[in-house]
Design a protein around this ligand. Structure first.
Ligand SMILES: Nc1ncnc2c1ncn2[C@@H]1O[C@H](COP(=O)(O)OP(=O)(O)OP(=O)(O)O)[C@@H](O)[C@H]1O
Ligand SMILES: [Mg+2]
Length: 543
């Protein structure tokens, strides 16, 4: 029998957010066992680094993965951050969409408030084990130990254990999760993730024990914390109608003019006046009296009005010097270069693109460039094809810069290229935060950064080629001059003792002939000796 609306009504009910994500775990980066291990580590490490930086503590994060039985791993992550107060622990770890970063505009690794609780949910689904948390907020405090489950129907924490404990540590958090997973080395492994994390976080020390009980220590190379980014208000260029209506409804400003000035960045009294004028709204109108049509007119007025770009102290780019330091620490190469662009804006959100490159060394010349993608200092290891960086790099012609490349493909050559987007809100293509969306402003900035760093590479590669040619020529001269000297002695019947003089004169004449090129040949002596360390020299760009 055909169903009626009433039949449908009896089946219609609310879907809990935890239930939804339990079913759609792939949206959060848990679509297979290999990836699940990486995502779990990544969420905890991101949080640890964020917390340390916000508390202005140089991060020291320990990651340990133990194989308990086939395809079952215990993941332990411990940080030296500020810790978490007792009351917040259950909700942070056992309630999805709960966090401190979603509602603010400031650069951080986390932004959604779902990361760590998603890992807890995955652990619960695959092994049934609770998450175990230890948190301590100061040297004189006791540590709080919790064991938690998520009530997936209600999306609420279920406390299994809540105890006070001694923990020989001043402050920090330790998380222990049992998950179903697979461990493998390679470009998308936890090992690679931590190595790449060390590149963009030269101020952090990471101590990693992998399931083979091998310990890797990525020691910090900088004792300077990144400048703490400032929180900013949204920029008018990024606001949409629905958003504005919501803000107007809950506003406590007395009139629309002060509302615009207090809720948005870069709206001065003058700009507020202009916006009201263009939208034909009295500046004294109360925000909650603004009609839908008036709000629409305001949005149109914003688009027509020139408003200064948002402040950029809300982002803290890595900077060329530290990017080079990080790259040199982890990638062995001959030549390094980095570019940090000036900030730009997409949909009202400021962002900065940075690109660094390591060329030569033991990297293969036959394979595609190793493209490392980062968002707010976090390496992105999946969905390279969908990422704006891939689109940008394939739109640049790398041949003039000394790499080979088929049309529309990633260049080929002995090179690692790292591209970093730092932003108050990174536009990921999905909740699992794996790829950057193709905003035209972002693509353009990435392209310009690739070109800028490409030009630095070109001058190195061409100099290297020139020097190579010169070395070859000189070796020919050195090889043939003795024969020519012998022939001259024979032809001109000169005494054999003159041979050394003749050789010297011949070399002088030939070198003079080669004019300015001789200069390079002289450089070569040093070049020969220092070749392996060229990239480390201060004047590396010279090559
Ligand atoms: N190790 C930690 N030390 C201190 N605070 C933490 C730690 N881990 C998490 N938090 C707090 O818990 C909140 C929730 O973390 P969670 O990873 O779920 O979300 P998020 O980091 O805000 O965003 P995202 O979902 O993008 O990761 C964080 O916003 C932070 O305030
Ligand atoms: Mg997080």
């Amino acid at each position: 029998m055909a169903k009626t609306a009433e039949d449908f009504a009896s089946a219609q009910k609310e879907i809990g957010v935890a239930e939804f994500f339990a079913r759609n775990r792939h949206l959060l980066g848990f679509d297979n066992k290999l990836k699940a291990l990486l995502t779990t580590v990544k969420e905890a490490v991101d949080n640890a680094l964020d917390a340390c930086e916000e508390a202005e503590i140089l991060p020291e994060v320990a990651v340990e993965i133990i194989e308990m039985e086939p395809e079952r791993f215990r993941v332990i992550i411990e940080d030296n951050g500020p810790g978490i107060v007792k009351k917040q622990i259950p909700r942070i770890f056992a309630k999805l969409l709960y966090g401190s970063k979603f509602h603010r505009l400031r650069m951080s690794r986390g932004q959604q408030g779902i990361g760590i609780s998603a890992a807890v949910l995955y652990a619960q689904l695959t092994t049934g084990r609770p998450v175990k948390i230890m948190s301590k907020t100061g040297p004189t405090e006791k540590a709080h130990y919790f064991e938690l489950h998520i009530d997936t129907k209600k999306n609420e924490p279920e406390i299994i254990k809540d105890e006070l404990m001694d923990w020989p540590k001043d402050h920090g958090v330790r998380i222990e999760l049992d998950i179903e997973a697979q461990y493998q080395k390679g470009p998308r492994s936890v090992d690679s993730f931590l190595k790449y994390t060390a590149i963009t976080n030269p101020h952090a020390t990471l101590i990693y024990t992998n399931p083979k009980a091998e310990q890797l220590i990525f020691a910090r190379v900088s004792d300077v914390l990144p400048p703490l980014p400032q929180e900013i208000k949204p920029h008018p260029y990024g606001v949409e109608l629905g958003n504005l209506l919501q803000m107007l409804k809950s506003a406590d400003s007395l009139n629309i003019s002060s509302f615009l000035q207090s809720e948005f960045s870069r709206v001065s009294p003058q700009v507020a006046k202009e916006l009201c004028q263009v939208a034909s709204i009295l500046p004294t109108t109360k925000p909650d009296e603004i009609s839908r049509d008036q709000a629409d007119a305001l949005i149109k007025a914003i688009k027509q009005t020139k408003i200064m770009g948002p402040p950029t102290d809300c982002i803290s780019p890595i900077g060329e010097e530290l990017l080079l330091k990080g790259l040199k620490k982890e990638i062995n190469a001959e030549f390094y270069a980095a570019v940090s662009r000036v900030p730009d804006v997409y949909r009202g959100n400021p962002f900065v693109i940075e690109v660094a490159l390591a060329y030569g060394g033991e990297q293969s010349s036959e394979e595609q460039v190793n493209l490392l993608r980062y968002a707010n200092r976090v390496p992105l290891l999946f969905q390279q094809g969908a990422d704006a960086a891939t689109k940008a790099i394939t739109s640049v012609d790398f041949k003039p810069y000394g790499l080979s490349q088929s049309r529309g493909a990633i260049p080929v050559g002995p090179c690692t290229i790292a591209v970093h987007i730092a932003s108050v809100w990174v536009p990921f293509t999905s909740e699992s935060k794996e790829a950057i969306a193709h905003y035209p402003e972002i693509l353009k900035e990435m392209k310009l950064a690739f070109q800028e760093v490409g030009r630095k590479l070109a001058s190195y590669v061409s100099k290297k080629q020139r020097v190579g040619h010169e070395l070859k020529k000189r070796s020919y001269i050195e090889q043939f001059v003795p024969h020519v000297a012998d022939t001259l002695i024979e032809l001109l019947e000169l005494p054999a003792a003159k041979k050394a003089d003749i050789e010297r004169n011949l070399i002088t004449i030939l070198e003079q002939e080669r004019g300015e090129i001789k200069e390079i040949a002289q450089e070569n002596t040093e070049f020969d000796e220092n070749f392996a360390q060229i990239g480390d020299e201060e004047e590396k760009d010279e090559f």
